[in-house]
Design a protein around this ligand. Structure first.
Ligand code: IVH
Length: 676
């Protein structure tokens, strides 16, 4: 960098960084990529090295982090919540170690702990006499926001430590630091649900986690799949482990989740090997990492090395190259979903992002295109993280040459040519033609899927082929397929046709809950379908159910009740049902099944399960309880009869105790039900 940089330029750069900090941390609406932000910060640091006399307290380098939001109470942290210095390549790590060696030669023999740098949000958790009493965001490192009620809703944060009454010493006062995040798979399912409901999809896991933590209503936070990995003890009134590795082990023992990918390395060469493993590992794991954190294991040595600004010298973040690239938006296409939702996607000039060639990326919804002012022909930022569909971050406005064309929402469905419409109060646009072939394909795909009718061998390619050949006009037509209709199709031989027909025949035996799921009623997934199958004996009964009656069922609100009633009222669906009945796809819950239930040992008892059980998965325990006549509920209320408690129970355990509900451990449950 040249020495003649002007102070005016420096001020501008500071302002720019502060602006991006605010967009990112306060508004959760970043306009530049993390990599670009890092570059700005590096440039600022370089200027400050040349002109330390210019540095003022408002420089982003003096205050790494965020401005507390005014809507929450402020919390003064007991000790500064520090940040990390960055290295962008291995040379940077070696330079860091060399600096440390000059400060303290003992570093030569130091061991390291390498942890994933989770792309989430720091939280600070206060425990008094083992009870969780306060939770705060990092804020500016000195003062954060009190988000205790929101934190309480996160299942992986213990409300009491040690979890499970283990005999481990816990200091009277303990403050733990960790990162709240959303896994990529949870994020994906959340967005699928949201899009199906015609709402606006979330942008990315990190921003969703940030927004969720800062909700004023904890009930909203509770609905988001937030998790925590703990990695640090900020302060404590008593003895705590003396190495980072032991801190992680201790936190795990207390009942916190600790990343299984944290590893101890006996020397810097091992750290190098591990950092190479991380280059591919980062794509395989279910949460976003933006780097690895390399920490001196010996905490005494770490303390001794001191702090520069807000960064402890003893740790460094080795940032991964961003999984973000700029490419040309060649066109915008639209997809039609199962419920007719039309979603736009970007057709890209192929671009390699971290070893994978990306040709398409999601644009979430039409509003998103206009909000970000994305135009066809633009150069755009595209991000790819793990297996999540790549998405468009936004355009590079400066790269425009005037040839870019604003996107116009199509008037007609690309698959069937019907008018598309926006439902009032929703972001999504819909193809209103229930017979639209694209919707039909998605519907059939869902009908035959594993959690529904489970017709093995009927993948999407075959579904598309059968729709194209006009052999399937609705889901009931599956049961009219014959050897004659299949045998001459391209790719079909006798054996393949026989197998498919056999799988179709077998699917007639699926129980009622599976068929209800398969119908694909908006808002009725597997869980809801099971609830409905408990109350109704067959689809005739369910189709006559009134709104009022449906509203008495656990978990059904006015929205879903209305969707169910509407679905059964539609002429086209009535026809499908009568066709299904005709071909014998009409499961019944028999009288005898109901009578047997009467003799069940758990008849009428409501169970809530919390924590991890040894013998049963969540689905299994639910099935066991229900098969013995009991019911399971996800929340504790005065109607709960028993709480079944496993390892690391959540807040339900505390609530159950408060309400004086009978507590069972797994062994007691097994005895009570004679399962052993
Ligand atoms: S250690 C003194 N470890 O990265 C302790 N930070 O860029 C300093 N982060 O603000 C932090 N994973 O929010 C640490 N395993 C990890 C982390 C981690 C994610 C975040 C943290 C911090 C930011 C610094």
């Amino acid at each position: 960098m040249s020495n003649d940089i002007s102070q005016e330029k420096y001020e501008k750069l500071k302002e720019e960084i502060n602006f991006h900090n605010y967009r990112y941390h306060v508004l959760d609406q970043p306009v530049i990529s993390d990599a670009q932000f890092d570059k700005l910060l590096v440039a600022l640091r370089e200027i400050e090295t040349l002109h330390p006399e210019w540095i003022t307290s408002d420089s982003p380098t003096q205050r790494a982090g965020i401005i507390p939001l005014s809507k929450f109470e402020k919390v003064e942290h007991p000790l500064p919540v520090l940040s990390l210095a960055n290295a962008f390549d291995w040379e940077g790590v070696i330079a860091w170690r060399d600096r440390l060696l000059r400060i303290n030669p003992a570093v030569a023999n130091a061991q390291f702990v390498v942890e994933p740098k989770i792309d989430g949000l720091t939280v600070v958790l206060h425990y008094q006499n083992g009870m969780f009493v306060k939770g705060a965001t990092r804020g500016n490192g000195e003062v954060g926001e009190d988000i205790t009620s929101n934190i309480r809703t996160i299942r992986s944060i213990p409300l009491r430590i040690p979890v499970g009454g283990k005999n481990i010493h816990v200091p009277d006062y303990l403050v733990v630091r960790g990162e709240v995040f959303i896994t990529l798979s949870d994020f994906d399912s959340l967005n699928k649900k949201i899009i199906e409901n015609g709402e606006k999809a979330y942008l990315n896991p990190r921003n969703t986690a940030a927004g969720s933590l800062r909700q004023l209503d904890p009930a909203i936070t509770a609905k988001r799949p937030l998790r925590l990995y703990a990695y640090n003890i900020l302060t404590s009134s008593g003895e705590v482990p003396k190495t980072q590795w032991k801190v992680l082990e201790y936190l795990k023992l207390l009942g916190f989740s600790v990343s299984e990918y944290s590893e101890r390395c006996e020397d810097i060469q091992k750290v190098l090997k591990l950092s190479e493993i991380w280059q591919t590992r980062r794509d395989k794991i279910d949460f976003e990492v933006d780097g690895i954190v390399i920490k001196i294991d010996d905490l005494e040595l770490d303390k001794n090395l001191g702090i520069v600004g807000k960064d402890p010298r003893g740790s460094i973040a080795l940032k991964f190259p961003a999984r973000e690239e700029v490419t040309k938006l060649v066109d915008i296409g639209v997809n039609v979903g199962r419920t007719g939702v039309i979603t736009p996607y970007a057709i890209l000039e192929p671009v390699e992002i971290g070893g994978v060639v990306v040709r398409q990326a999601t644009l979430h919804n039409f509003d998103y295109i206009f909000e970000k002012d994305i135009r066809i022909g633009d150069r755009i930022f595209v991000k790819r993280a793990g297996d999540v569909i790549p998405y468009v971050i936004g355009p590079v406005i400066d790269a425009r040459d005037g040839s870019e064309k604003p996107f116009v929402i199509p008037e007609y469905c690309p698959a069937c040519g019907s008018h598309i419409e926006q439902m009032s109060g929703e972001v999504a646009w819909y193809c209103m033609n229930a017979a639209c072939p694209a919707q039909l394909v998605r519907n059939l795909e869902y009908f035959v899927s594993r959690s529904a009718m489970d017709i093995v061998g009927m993948g999407v390619k075959i579904v598309e082929q059968l729709v194209e050949e006009k052999l399937l006009g609705d889901v009931a037509d599956i049961y009219h397929l014959t050897m004659d209709s299949l045998i001459n199709l391209e790719g079909f031989g006798k054996k393949k046709a026989e197998n498919l027909l056999e799988a179709i025949e077998n699917s007639k035996q699926r129980p009622l809950n599976r068929l209800i799921t398969a119908l694909g009623i908006n808002g009725v997934g597997e869980v809801m379908a099971s609830e409905l199958a408990k109350k109704y004996t067959n689809l005739d009964e369910l189709s006559c159910a009134s709104m009022d009656e449906l509203l008495t069922i656990d978990g059904i609100g006015p929205n879903i009740a209305n969707q169910i009633v509407e679905w059964f009222n539609q002429e086209r669906n009535k026809q499908i049902l009568s066709k299904l009945k005709e071909v014998g796809v009409w499961p019944q819950i028999t009288k005898s099944e109901k009578t047997i239930e009467k003799d069940m040992p758990l008849e009428g008892k409501v169970f809530v399960v919390t924590g991890t059980l040894e013998r049963f998965s969540r689905t299994e325990i639910k099935e066991v309880i229900e098969s013995l006549g009991g019911k399971t509920s996800s929340s504790v209320s005065k109607n709960t009869d028993f709480i079944l408690v496993g390892e690391s129970p959540g807040s339900k355990f505390d609530k159950a105790r408060e309400l004086g509900i009978k507590i069972l451990n797994e062994e007691e449950f097994i005895k009570m039900t004679n399962l052993s």
